[in-house]
Ligand binder design. Structure first.
Ligand code: ZN
Length: 276
């Protein structure tokens, strides 16, 4: 895909469908971040309808359907209204500094296995539900899954935008508005998106990361492996370099001295480390 005049095009030269949203500021922005969302809606069509309705006072640059259809609503250099009150890396009001992508997904479901329902009551088969803890309270909840086609389309778009605008980071709405938002949620493979940015400049001598929370370091890639007891959890802000990865797990070399220990190499969960 390509970006021309802040609009998205396919490789065959055709423009991605563009339905202009009135919910934008005339202000020109220089995006630094990509913010991922879910719509919490019933379909891409209904979300596009809402995000182009003046009453919504909300929008995003792109909406990606479960069938991988892509619709652009706002030019990438215009301020869309997707982030709301938000803060990241010392910057507040991320709408002025980011591109927002909405993925069609109902979000957190109500009920339990055999009877999962969307917030508007649609029955959802267990095969479309991932049970994982919610970050805000660690409670196990049911998340509606994304489709592979949708995620593939989102990755291709994300990579195109990262390269064209030299974006610094891909983040979730829940990362920049943590007490308010839960999207794109635990069913979204955030690490694989963050790696799109990490892969951008392979020439860097070393990719430095830091822990974003107190984080256990283990002898293998999974919670079934023992922790390094003397140094677990690593304190928040511990510097690491990433050596290898397996699924969401990262093999890391701990650069800081932790509890007097040096040269620790082990595995941590990739969600709780960020590129420095
Ligand atoms: Zn959102």
């Amino acid at each position: 895909m390509k970006v021309k005049a802040h609009k998205l095009y396919r490789n065959d030269g055709s423009k991605v469908p563009f339905i202009r949203s009135p919910n934008q500021s005339s202000k020109i922005i220089r995006p630094r971040f990509l913010v991922m969302h879910y719509t919490a809606g019933a379909s891409a069509e209904s979300s596009i309808k809402w995000l182009t309705n003046k009453d919504a006072k909300a929008s995003a640059h792109l909406v990606i359907g479960r069938d991988a259809s892509i619709t652009q609503l706002v030019d990438f250099n215009r301020k869309a209204w997707h982030a709301g009150k938000s803060r990241w890396r010392g910057i507040s009001g991320l709408n002025s500094h980011s591109i927002g992508i909405e993925l069609d997904n109902p979000g957190i479901l109500q009920g339990s296995p055999g009877n999962w329902r969307t917030s508007w009551g649609r029955l959802t088969p267990d095969s479309d539900v991932l049970i994982k803890p919610r970050d805000s309270d660690n409670k196990m909840v049911g998340w509606h899954t994304y489709t592979e086609a949708q995620l593939d389309a989102a990755r291709e778009v994300a990579l195109t935008l990262v390269r064209h605008y030299d974006l610094e980071e891909i983040v979730g709405h829940e990362d920049i508005a943590p007490n308010r938002k839960t999207d794109p949620g635990a069913a979204f493979p955030m690490t694989s998106f963050q790696n799109l940015v990490a892969g951008r400049d392979d020439d860097d001598a070393e990719d430095l990361y830091e822990t974003t929370a107190a984080l256990n370091i283990r002898k293998g890639p999974g919670t079934e492996f023992d922790k390094f007891a003397d140094v677990s959890p690593l304190p928040k802000g511990t510097q690491l370099s990433v050596l290898d990865s397996q699924g969401v797990w990262r093999k890391v070399d701990v650069i800081d001295i932790v509890n007097g220990e040096m040269d620790i190499v082990g595995w941590v969960h990739g969600r709780y480390i960020n590129r420095k």
